[in-house]
Structure formats: structure tokens, C-alpha cells
Design a binder for this molecule. Structure first.
Ligand code: ATP
Ligand code: MG
Length: 347
């Protein structure tokens, strides 16, 4: 048995006070499993002597999320995102630390708590495969004790917003991935949860379906005031939906702040793009920064952030310039750099 906390202090709170919807303190998850050598001999050996192995998937993370926030939870494969969301949903016991969602301890799995959050996993099917989605919706209606009126209202609104009215009676196995994901979202939201954990809800979808789901989530967050944590490997999801980003790697937080501030905090360079009246020798351009691209008379160079004004001024002095633009670097590039740069300080 894992380190289950022995005393469980009761500190349920009301939502009306501006208490955080989600509070995570020094949260730890260690998985233990037995090493097994391959093949039949390995299986037989493991009956007599089993070597226990541990993985520390989440290493004492802290964050606090206010009601109505839409937070992007980003990190490379194996960073600990799904593990954290499972602890927030009460599927996994934390090995250490504290977690509260809407004032509840998720792992207590209280019925009132279950009715107020939803977990949607893009990689897992929660709908009945051989039945039409409508049957799963009705099952959820019974499980969550959703009154008829609320069920009908939510079903109508959600299926209209996601444009799936025509497929509710089709066997789930016959739906496309995008249609199924939309049905998964409806199933998860019929009970009007105030907190939503979305684990890669757009994975594998085409651009049109990704956009539809993004728009829908944006509306749901705004209109319902729902608190949402979203994990995604598509930076477009994060860019379009989340004001705040939490970056995790190897079970530890690397960044917690606004999406926009990522540039100032982590990007040491900017891109300067300028078009000259006449073509010049490449060497003359190289003197100002690393050349990234040349298209006819337009040059892109990388320059140190703190020298932006100085270098821009010098270029204007040196050449006859038609046009000059300063760009921030792509957020994808910065995040990739954060993942690979072990010197980055942890928050
Ligand atoms: N049931 C388990 N038993 C043992 N180790 C596990 C288990 N589930 C996850 N892990 C390990 O815990 C670490 C974190 O996994 P997790 O699934 O939380 O990562 P993730 O950030 O969601 O990654 P991805 O982007 O690939 O979904 C990984 O090293 C993984 O191998
Ligand atoms: Mg995951």
C-alpha cells in the first residue's frame, strides 16, 4: 500500500470565496513495479525473486489555480502530466504532499466531488464502443443524477455547439476520431462540471476538428466560468486557449507564468527582418547577427534581446532600408530549448 495520509483534515470551502479551485503542495508520485525478465524463464524466475523498481514521476510540485483560469500544462513525453491530472482527479493516490480541488481531497472520491469535475483523456475511450453515444449519455445521466431538465438543456447546447446532433444514434465504433472526441466531451460535460482536466483532447485530430474543439473549449470556459487544465503537445492549443502556462519536465516544474512572459523570461534573442533598397554583400549583414534567411533583398537575422535597439539603429544608419520588423522567436522553439536546457532554474 502506498503512503496514504493517515489523518485527513476537513477543510472543505465554498466556491464563492476567492479560494483557489485547485491547490497542489509538494505533490509527489512514485510508481513502484517489479522488474520482469523477458520470456517464460523470466516469468518463472519472478515467481521466486522479484526486484522492485521505482519511478518518481512527480517530484514535489506546487501550484495554485483560481476559479475560471484556463491553464496549459506542457511538457515532453514522460514529464508527469497525466500522472498529475490523475492525482487531481482522484484516480491515483499521491505518494506525498497535498492536493485539493474545489476544497475536496480528490482521492477520497466523495460523490459530491465526482459531480463537479470531469477528466477527458484523448487517448482513452470512455464511451461504450458498441452502443450509440446517446446510450452512454443516458448512463452518465443516471450516474451523476442529472435532472431531466438540465440533461436536456445541456445535451441540446453541447451537441449544437459541437455540431454532432446527427450522429448521436450511431454506434461509437463507427464514428471518426474527431466525432468520437466531440461525443467524449459531451459525455464529460453533461453534469456541468466546474473543473475540467483535459489530457490531450485534440490528439490525432485534423486541423478542422482541432479548431472546432478549441473554439468549443474557449466558449465553455468563458460561459460556464469553468476552471480548466489542458495538456497538449500542440502549441496551437496552448497559444489560442491558455493565458497561463505551467511547464513540467522530469516531474519538476520549470515555468509557471503567462504565455506571453515566456519570451521575456527565456528567450535571449529576437529576430530582425529587414528589406534593403539594394542587395548587399552577405558579409556586411553577418556583422550584425546570425543570418537565418535571405529572400531577395529581405534578410532575417538573430540578435541578442538586449541589443535590439542598438543593432536596429546601426542597420538604419548603415544601409538604405525599405522596411524593418522585429519578431519574437517562436514559442515552440523556446519551449524546446527549455526542455533541452538543464541549466534553466526550476520554479
Ligand atoms: N503505471 C505506471 N507504472 C510505472 N511507471 C509509470 C506508470 N505510469 C506512468 N509511469 C512513468 O511515470 C512517468 C510520467 O508519466 P506520465 O504518463 O505522467 O507522463 P506524461 O507527461 O503524461 O507524458 P506523455 O506526454 O507521453 O503523455 C514516466 O516516466 C512513465 O514511464
Ligand atoms: Mg500523458
Amino acid at each position: 500500500m502506498e503512503n496514504r495520509p493517515t489523518s485527513l483534515p476537513e477543510y472543505r470551502i465554498t466556491e464563492s470565496t476567492m479560494t483557489p479551485s485547485i491547490e497542489v503542495k509538494q505533490l509527489i508520485k512514485k510508481y513502484s513495479f517489479y522488474k520482469k525478465e523477458p520470456g517464460l524463464i523470466g516469468s518463472i524466475k519472478s515467481l521466486f525473486r522479484r526486484e522492485k523498481l521505482y519511478v518518481e514521476a512527480v517530484k514535489g510540485i506546487n501550484f495554485s489555480i483560481q476559479p475560471g483560469e484556463f491553464v496549459g500544462f506542457v511538457g515532453p513525453n514522460g514529464a508527469g502530466k497525466t500522472t498529475t491530472l490523475k492525482m487531481l482527479s482522484g484516480i491515483l493516490y499521491p505518494t506525498g504532499g497535498d492536493v485539493q480541488v474545489l476544497g475536496y481531497k480528490p482521492f477520497e472520491r466523495k460523490a459530491e466531488f465526482q459531480k463537479r469535475f470531469a477528466l477527458v483523456m484523448g487517448q482513452k475511450n470512455q464511451l461504450w464502443w458498441d452502443l450509440p453515444a446517446m446510450e452512454s449519455f443516458l448512463l452518465n445521466k443516471a450516474i451523476y443524477e442529472i435532472p431531466d431538465e438540465l440533461f436536456n438543456k445541456n445535451l441540446k447546447e453541447l451537441s449544437e455547439l459541437l455540431d454532432i446532433k446527427d450522429i448521436l444514434d450511431v454506434q461509437v465504433r463507427k464514428l471518426s476520431l474527431g466525432q468520437r472526441m466531440k461525443c467524449e466531451l459531451v459525455a464529460a460535460l453533461l453534469h456541468s462540471p466546474k473543473v475540467l482536466f483535459l489530457d490531450e483532447p485534440t490528439i490525432g485530430l485534423d486541423v478542422v476538428s482541432q479548431n472546432a474543439i478549441r473554439e468549443f473549449l474557449k466558449t465553455y470556459n468563458k460561459e460556464q466560468g469553468a476552471t480548466i487544465i489542458l495538456t497538449s503537445h500542440y502549441m496551437q492549443d496552448i497559444r489560442r486557449l491558455c493565458d497561463r502556462v505551467i511547464i513540467i519536465d522530469h516531474g519538476a516544474l520549470l515555468y509557471d507564468g503567462t504565455y506571453d512572459a515566456l519570451h521575456t523570461q527565456y528567450s535571449e534573442s529576437k529576430i530582425l527582418e529587414f528589406t534593403l533598397v539594394h542587395k548587399v554583400d552577405v558579409k556586411e549583414i553577418e556583422a550584425f547577427g546570425k543570418i537565418l534567411d535571405i529572400k531577395d533583398r529581405t534578410y532575417s537575422i538573430r540578435i541578442p534581446r538586449e541589443k535590439t535597439a542598438e543593432i536596429t539603429g546601426k542597420i538604419l544608419e548603415t544601409f538604405s532600408v525599405d522596411d524593418i520588423v522585429i519578431h519574437e522567436r517562436d514559442i515552440e522553439e523556446i519551449i524546446e530549448e527549455i526542455f533541452t536546457d538543464r541549466r534553466v532554474k526550476r520554479v
